[in-house]
Design a protein around this ligand. Sequence first.
Ligand SMILES: Nc1ncnc2c1ncn2[C@@H]1O[C@H](COP(=O)(O)OP(=O)(O)OP(=O)(O)O)[C@@H](O)[C@H]1O
Ligand SMILES: [Mg+2]
Length: 317
Amino acid sequence: MREAYTFTQKSQINVIFNQKKEKNAPEAFPIEEKVNHAPLERLESKLDRLIGLDDVKRMVRELYAWLYIYRRREAAHLKVQKQSLHMLFKGNPGTGKTTVARLLGEMFREMDILSKGHLVEAERADLVGEYIGQTAQKTRDLIKKSLGGVLFIDEAYSLARGGDKDFGKEAIDTLVKQMEDHKDEFILILAGYSEEMNEFLRLNPGLPSRFPMMLTFPDFSGSELLAIALQMMEEQEYCLTAEARKKLARHLNHKTAFREEHFSNGRYVRNLVEKMIRQQAVRLVREGSYDRDSLMTLRACDLIFDEAVRNAQADEA
Ligand SMILES: Nc1ncnc2c1ncn2[C@@H]1O[C@H](COP(=O)(O)OP(=O)(O)OP(=O)(O)O)[C@@H](O)[C@H]1O
Ligand SMILES: [Mg+2]
């Protein structure tokens, strides 16, 4: 899919993103028109808050540039090539798929590609009914709710789980039909684990061409997970002692080195941070310390792991 945008890459970098302009280079847009890139600035500030995900960020920036130039070419009565914006997201849980889908919805709304830009999250049970006729209706209702926004179907491969006799197939057929009937009115994102999604596409040969854009969300490294944790804490006005930071870093490195299948990445970190905050609250009440510093500081003793993990780490040490 990258190819679809490579032709924009040069102009993207020169025209929109290049801050350091060469001497005597022509102005890409008149100065006052740069104000129109407010959506891009907002997009950039949101992308900046995402740790890692370099390829995803590049794709999102390319998409912005491509859509922007598409509009400009249209306005200049130049030929434009229509491009479907439905997408496939591949990746493990907690790798940022929902976060990026939401960000794209907002970007599309700001660019007037979508009227609302809201995100409707769904899974198999929201589309597939239990008796004949129910599935098509459920799927159509869901699409109706998504019009003007993004319909995000998680674990989409589960729609093909039961083979030809399963109602999941009816949901896929209805989705495909609705994509034609409501062209340009909503954007469909199918998400799921990489291998299962590859198999899903193989079983449904009509689908790949309808989803020209594919984004892969890799698992985070230990240091990326730590950066995510620190950012979440900072957003909530908490900070870590040096000892706590070391303990957390060691734990996250351990988690990534001995990664369980479908380890939940960012979601795991969010839960861990929330647990730490609760633990700190219990400690503060016990200690009776309510000064500003104490209220902000998370200590190593606030970081408590599951028994199994603790034992494994003790064994290794
Ligand atoms: N790149 C990132 N930078 C910072 N935080 C992130 C990043 N990716 C994910 N997170 C955080 O991790 C948590 C899970 O992210 P999100 O819900 O987007 O993942 P997901 O891929 O949709 O997961 P699932 O498959 O479980 O639905 C969220 O709290 C999100 O804020
Ligand atoms: Mg999600």
